[in-house]
Design a protein around this ligand. Structure first.
Ligand code: GLA
Length: 387
């Protein structure tokens, strides 16, 4: 995110609030390469940051007022009192940034207010973590301005708490950690149990490949109830198996675990997805570390089948992207993110970008689906100060 954007956002801040911002920060959206719905099972994930970011120009205030403005919403700034912020009190877009202020204060950090102007290039409702980007950019700005000394993992935890408790969405920790901790040119191998992490070099261009993101433009916003059901089902599975989280079921013990679940058919499917998905993340990590990058393609395809058939969170549009891309020569493809719409990722040889993109577009036209939006995803930097 270049200085030009920082300047535009800073200028708008000046128009709105009549003074220079104290600083400008950026936090990216993400795509997840592999490891879906494993994060609330204490499992493994492997996201990387997109070049698309939420940018925030921010100044402190000392009168207990929080003013929030978004370039994407026409109206003037929303004014809130930090002392009045409480879970469930805010149902608008402002709940993401105000939830972060609430979570920081609840954790004992003295915040006396702020003026905030936000602008984002992360597509919303596309499964690319536009909400996490908003949370993390505000958290990082306040961390710097109020000298809170929190690291990326701590900020991610507080952002997740804002989303779980203040906004009321039962999400895991992947998106916020990806936005806070990813590094350019790398995918983030994250253990969501203790947030230990390893940056895995992921430079597809150097190896003659590309990773495409295909946004089906099916909004996934109605999926919250289904997400919560999957989460509850996984927790029930862990309880039935007598473990803290499904992460504790080793891949080698999967058959025995499924047998113990007897005729709990739905729980068996959820458990099978989580246990095999954790194994797929580990397989992708070792393939990438041994330089066998093309071999991750089939693992992505296995992951998609598991999300479609066992976890049951795909949709016709996502399946069509995957099937069409593979038929047109892609190395691998799968849905990414929470599911029920949003985006798929497609791994292709550089020379196949156009034919695969066209094949997907034609297939969507033939099925009378909305025209999908496709872009190339280059692993980019995590949250940072830009002005
Ligand atoms: C959403 C949630 C994440 C994660 C993914 C699925 O993006 O915010 O915590 O659970 O879905 O992997």
């Amino acid at each position: 995110m270049g200085e030009a954007v920082a300047e535009t956002v800073g200028e708008r801040f000046r128009e709105l609030y009549g003074a220079e911002p104290e600083g400008v920060w950026a936090a990216p959206g993400r795509v997840n390469l592999i490891g879906e719905h494993t994060d609330y099972n204490d499992g493994f994930v492997m996201p990387f940051a997109l070049p698309h970011t939420a940018v925030a120009a921010v100044s402190r205030r000392d009168d207990g007022i929080l003013r929030l403005h978004s370039a994407d919403i026409g109206a003037g700034p929303v004014e809130l009192r930090v002392a009045d912020l409480a879970p469930g009190s805010d149902k608008a877009w402002t709940a993401y940034p105000s939830g972060v202020v609430w979570a920081l204060r609840e954790a004992g950090h003295e915040l006396t207010g702020a003026d905030v102007h936000l602008a984002s290039t992360v597509p919303s409702g596309a499964g690319l973590s536009s909400s996490a980007a908003l949370e993390v950019v505000v958290a990082l700005a306040l961390n710097d301005l109020y000298s809170l000394g929190l690291c990326g993992r701590q900020l991610a935890r507080l952002c997740q708490r804002a989303e779980n408790v203040y906004v009321g969405a039962p999400v895991g920790i992947m998106d916020q950690t990806a936005s806070a901790c990813c590094e350019a040119g790398h995918a983030l191998f994250l253990d969501t149990r203790d947030l230990s992490q390893r940056q895995i070099p992921f430079d597809l261009a150097a190896e003659g490949m590309r990773l495409l993101v295909v946004d089906t433009r099916v909004k996934h916003s109605h999926s919250e109830g289904e997400y919560g059901k999957r989460r509850a089902g996984c927790e029930k599975g862990a309880a039935l198996l007598g473990v803290d989280a499904l992460r504790d079921v080793p891949y080698a013990d999967l058959d025995a675990a499924l047998e113990r679940l007897g005729d709990e058919e739905e729980i068996r499917r959820l458990v099978r997805h989580i246990v095999t998905e954790n194994e797929r993340v580990e397989r992708v990590v070792s393939l990438l570390e041994s330089g066998d990058t093309r071999a991750i393609g089939p693992v992505l395809v296995e992951g998609h089948a598991s999300l479609r058939d066992d976890f049951r969170i795909s949709c016709p549009e996502l399946d069509l992207v995957v099937d069409t891309a593979l038929a047109a020569g892609a190395l691998g493809a799968r849905m990414t993110g929470g599911g029920f719409g949003g985006s798929a990722i497609v791994l292709v040889e550089a020379a196949d970008v156009e034919p695969v993109t066209e094949a997907v577009r034609d297939a969507f036209a033939a099925a009378a689906f909305k025209t999908p939006r496709t872009f190339e995803a280059v692993p980019s930097a995590g949250a940072r100060r830009v002005g």
